[in-house]
Design a protein around this ligand. Structure first.
Ligand SMILES: [Zn+2]
Length: 131
């Protein structure tokens, strides 16, 4: 018995406009996300299919520029100094992303509020001053 093997999601897809994680939106430079119109899931990155319900009814969206720091570490590798890296839970959506952290204006702290900082092609999250 031969079952069909060509599922809709395995078909080749057209090249995406860009696979860079940062896109330009009306709000400014933001992490690129995808929102599923069928189930409401918001995902990181530019997707053509929902990773929850496999719907192709998805739209490109700007992800929130703020979030809270779930966890972080400071890498001490090579001669480039310390590289802070952490997981950020974005505000208002169920999206957690691994990101570089910018501590040039002060150290990050667990559960601390952070904001996306974009400089050219580089991006990171920096702590939001609490005062
Ligand atoms: Zn969905």
């Amino acid at each position: 018995m031969n079952a069909p093997r060509d599922a809709k999601v395995s078909a080749p897809i057209a090249d995406l406009d860009s696979d860079h994680p940062i896109g330009e939106f009306a709000e400014g430079a933001r992490l690129v996300g995808t929102r599923c119109n069928a189930c409401g899931t918001t995902m990181l990155g530019n997707r053509v299919v929902c990773s929850t319900c496999v719907s192709t009814d998805v739209a490109r969206v700007a992800l929130p520029a703020t979030g809270s720091l779930y966890s972080f570490t400071r890498l001490h590798v090579g001669g480039d100094g310390v590289r802070p890296l952490g997981y950020v839970d974005l505000d208002g959506v169920e999206v957690r992303t691994l990101a570089d952290l910018d501590e040039s204006n002060g150290p990050v702290q667990l559960d601390g509020a952070v904001r996306l900082v974009v400089t050219g092609d580089a991006w990171a999250f920096a702590p939001i001053a609490s005062n």
